[in-house]
Design a protein. Structure first.
Length: 156
């Protein structure tokens, strides 16, 4: 009989201790050390589309021409075959989240229209990014001939 009381008392103590520990978890964060000095990396996702790139788009361009200017779309949906989406997201280690969307619409495999958020110029984009932490934007493909690109590949 004594050992039944001991087990019941032990169970009550265990339940009370667990309840106290669980309620303490939320208040422990208030007293945790501040690690804001720790390094936080920048995270870039998606495709960079600048105003300069969008200005080169003209209605009637083929899909290949659009891909040459903007790059391969991040989202090419089978259910919306005449639409390419170019989302972009940049979360700096310290600072504000930056998100943009740019969408290209085709009709009969020709560029019909494009729409999206306000795009920065290439210069504005470069200034907004921290120097050296992001890969550089590719050179403008329309300004170099194939021969210049080939020579650049071999360092000539």
């Amino acid at each position: 009989m004594n050992h039944l009381r001991f087990r019941a008392a032990s169970a009550r103590i265990l339940i009370l201790t667990a309840a106290l520990l669980l309620t303490a978890c939320s208040s422990v964060l208030n007293y945790a050390p501040d690690f804001s000095w720790a390094h936080k990396i920048d995270i870039q996702q998606g495709t960079v589309v600048t105003k300069d790139m969008a200005d080169k788009l003209q209605p009637g361009m083929s899909r290949e021409q659009v891909r040459f200017i903007l790059g391969t779309p991040l989202v090419a949906d089978l259910f919306h075959a005449d639409r390419w989406d170019y989302p972009y997201r940049f979360q700096p280690g310290r600072g504000e989240l930056e998100e943009r969307k740019f969408t290209v619409f085709f009709e009969n495999n020709k560029l019909a229209r494009f729409d999206g958020d306000t795009l920065p110029t290439e210069e504005e984009f470069r200034k907004s990014q921290k120097a050296g932490e992001l890969p550089p934007l590719p050179d403008d493909p329309l300004e170099k001939s194939w021969w210049q690109k080939l020579k650049g590949m071999f360092g000539a």
